[in-house]
Design a protein around this ligand. Structure first.
Ligand code: FES
Ligand code: FES
Length: 156
């Protein structure tokens, strides 16, 4: 039966109509709210393409049930991290380093890196690789991605 669900996404309160309270957050973001930053990759919590922030923590939205989101929890997607005019430091660093090939993994890489840098000052290259170890890139863009995160870590 259709029901309403309230969410806080990118700083705004939104209401969506859903049939299944256990629908993945990713589907609500992409299909109900037209936020296409988060991608469907594996759907199995394995690749990271669907990563968003919930209360500042990087989560895999493909397996996060809407029913598990508590009222008031803040969801941030790639679209809410920064804007074209005022990109987040990680978004800017990815552009500066041209750290993408097909781009499919980049949402997850940026969202994971942004959450990581918010809690980690001056990470080493090894720290960055460890933080992104569970985000898959099939294009082999890893070297540029790590350079971009390192660059972001040194900018304010
Ligand atoms: S689509 Fe969510 S982890 Fe792969
Ligand atoms: S840039 Fe293509 S999957 Fe990473």
């Amino acid at each position: 039966m259709a029901q309403r669900k309230s969410l806080n996404v990118n700083g705004k309160s939104v209401n969506i109509t859903i049939d299944d309270p256990d629908m993945p957050l990713l589907y609500a973001l992409r299909d109900n709210l037209a936020l296409h930053g988060p991608r469907f990759g594996c759907g199995l919590e394995q690749c990271g393409a669907c990563t968003v922030h919930v209360d500042g923590r990087a989560v895999r939205s493909c397996v996060m049930k809407l029913s598990s989101l508590k009222a008031g929890q803040k969801v941030v997607t790639l679209e809410g991290l920064g804007t074209a005019r005022r990109p987040h430091r990680v978004q800017k660093a990815f552009i500066d380093e041209q750290a993408a090939q097909c781009g499919y993994c980049i949402n997850g890489m940026i969202m994971e890196a942004a959450a990581f840098l918010a809690r980690t000052k001056n990470p080493s290259e090894a720290d960055i690789k460890k933080a992104l170890a569970n985000n898959l890139c099939r294009c082999g863009t890893h070297a540029r991605i790590v350079r971009a995160v390192k660059r972001a870590s040194t900018s304010a």
